[in-house]
Design a protein around this ligand. Structure first.
Ligand code: ATP
Length: 328
């Protein structure tokens, strides 16, 4: 494959996600395979502005495929949001003779990358790394599958206590704007109710449904609540409201929090990261820029970044129906 690209920089930005290390490894090894130099940029856009770089060889990324987080570290850079900050970032790239960038992150990272591309016509390509799965142009973002498995495992453990003590547990999971984690992990863990921002069921319907469950002989229940769900003001207020209205229930709340973001990536995320890393580098080599790599129907494809961040991924109505039937 002939190309004008001689040196590629790779960074991770925004919230960390399992599989980011595997993606960095894939980028570095694909570069080595095609005899392109690879540079790791520490702390996302902030490290880019400050020139915090390290050459990456095929060997320098060994023993990381199985590690959660990102060894390049991630950061949120206010400075990159300014014209001056982006000018400094561009100077660093020129000084270090870097020809193109692979950006691993979420929609904020891609928005910044797109702006940078517009201003400097600098080649960029994105790899979606976020546990929320809230990006269009891919059926799966890196880290999402791992997070689902972590959440299912946590709910299984909580269910042991719920059934031993005949309790109703409200479990809050991540998902500020979207309910993918809540819906899929809730279904996988057999939750009785799943509350997501995309479908506000209302408090009355929740009470009715919980009462019905009790009357059909359920003594314990799990309600999975996405962080951004609007049924209650918070998961604690939601629990209080139900407690006041259904005094027969013994209620507890569990907020899973950051444990959902950590841990070793699943095999699925490692394979996805490897495939996306190869596609990202080879797309840059072909002269493509301003795209995001994604997986659609088991194929690795590229989508213009602008479409990936513009269209919000939506939840599957079929899946919601399955959840409803399963909670009978
Ligand atoms: P996550 O989905 O995990 O939050 P993200 O990539 O969306 O990941 P953000 O904090 O929104 O995370 O964005 C990461 C970085 O991208 C920001 O710290 C900032 O440096 C850059 N960025 C975000 N939005 C813009 C923007 N409008 N202009 C320039 N840079 C931006």
């Amino acid at each position: 494959m002939s190309t004008n690209i001689k040196k590629i920089g790779v960074l991770t930005s925004g919230g960390d996600a399992p599989g980011m290390n595997a993606a960095i490894r894939a980028v570095a090894r694909t570069c080595a395979y095609h005899q392109i130099e690879c540079v790791g940029i520490y702390r996302g856009y902030q490290g880019l502005i400050e020139g915090d770089f390290e050459d990456l060889s095929a060997r320098s990324v060994r023993n990381i495929i199985n590690r959660g987080g990102t060894f390049l570290k991630s950061a949120r850079s206010q400075e990159f949001k300014t014209k001056e900050g982006r000018a400094k970032a561009h100077e660093q790239l020129i000084k270090n003779q870097i020809d193109a960038l692979v950006l691993i992150g979420g929609d904020g990272t891609f928005t910044g990358g797109m702006l940078f591309n517009e201003e400097y016509n600098f080649p960029i390509i994105g790899i979606p790394g976020t546990i929320d799965n809230d990006i269009d142009g891919t059926m799966y973002t890196l880290g999402y599958d791992t997070a689902l498995n972590t959440v299912v495992d946590a709910i299984d453990r909580i269910r042991d206590t719920a059934s031993s003590h005949d309790r109703l547990f409200f479990i809050e999971v991540m998902g500020r704007d979207c309910g993918h984690i809540a819906l899929n992990a809730g279904l996988g863990a057999g939750a009785e109710e799943i509350l997501i921002p995309e479908a506000n069921r209302g408090l009355e319907q929740l009470l009715e449904s919980l009462e019905r469950s009790r009357n059909t002989g359920k003594s314990s229940s799990i309600v999975v609540v996405a962080e951004g769900d609007k049924t209650g003001k918070s998961v604690f207020q939601l629990a209080e409201y139900v407690e006041e209205n259904l005094p027969n229930y013994d209620i507890r709340v569990s907020v899973l929090g950051h444990m959902q973001r950590g841990g070793a990536p699943t095999c699925f995320d490692r394979v996805l990261a490897s495939r996306m890393g190869v596609k990202a580098v080879e797309s840059l080599m072909e002269g493509k820029s301003n795209y995001m790599v994604g997986m659609i129907k088991d194929e690795i494809v590229i989508t213009p970044i602008v479409d990936a961040i513009k269209g919000k991924s939506s939840v599957d109505s079929d899946l919601m129906r399955v959840c409803e039937i399963m909670s009978t």
